[in-house]
Design a protein around this ligand. Sequence first.
Ligand code: ZN
Ligand code: ZN
Length: 311
Amino acid sequence: MPDLISRQEALARGLKRYFTGVPCKRGHVAERYSSSPGCIKCISEDTARRAPAYRERQLMLARNRRAKNWESHRKYERDWVAKNPEKMKEYRRRQRAKLYQDPLRYEKAKANSRRRYAENREKRIKQALDWRTRNMERYRATRQEYNRCRREVAAQIAAERRRVFQADHPELASRIVSKQEALERGLKRYFTGKPCKNGHVAERVLLGGCVMCIRENGRLGYYRNLGKNKLRGSNYAGRKECARRYFERNREKIMRHDRESHRRGAYAGKVALKLLDQLGLTLDLPKGSTWYEKRRIALKILKNIGMEVLI
Ligand SMILES: [Zn+2]
Ligand SMILES: [Zn+2]
């Protein structure tokens, strides 16, 4: 607590502040300036209250000054930027950080940047290419780093998929069949439980790789060829004509193949029916069923009980 002094005494002694211990009209018990009425807290409160308006006014004045001397202002700005690369870097970093904090502003900035790019697309592409030719080493290094990161992320995703899969399907641990084993046992597929390069934990075809990959690629292929397939569809007559010509050229081969497959089918059917007979199984088919129907059902039953007739 400062010493108690009256205003007259402070003025007489040439002091800048004095303290009476008496509360001011707003109830502060604080020092007062000799030069003006009101306590120091009142003065700082008033200043704080007026600050936003004051700041607004100062900014407006500055804007007006800049507008009046636009050319010289731009020159000053450019010179400053050229002279202070470090400060600019820091400034840009701070601005970016602010953007990331505020989703709305971020979206706005992104939209703006896209718009500017679209407006100057040719120029931007040329600039990028020029930069690349000038900085080939840096460009390559960046690409490599980018690819490395991508591979790393892919590996992480694959590991996560594998973890989830194994947690969900502990029973599959017993289903694991190595490639060698599959070859020895004459299986078409094997299953390692390890993820493929795309992170699928799935069976693999002996020669074709991961079945999920095959399925996805097939789907991709379908969509890639969608346009082409449509074209083919619209050219039905042409395609039919092509097929007819192919048949003309390969008549012998095609007829031989047909006879062969017919003969094989007939033979397989005979064997299947005989087998069923030997097993004591009778086909319960409606009267008037054709030989083809009998044959088809017989083969199906045998397949269901695990006996495939291979001809
Ligand atoms: Zn006061
Ligand atoms: Zn796969």
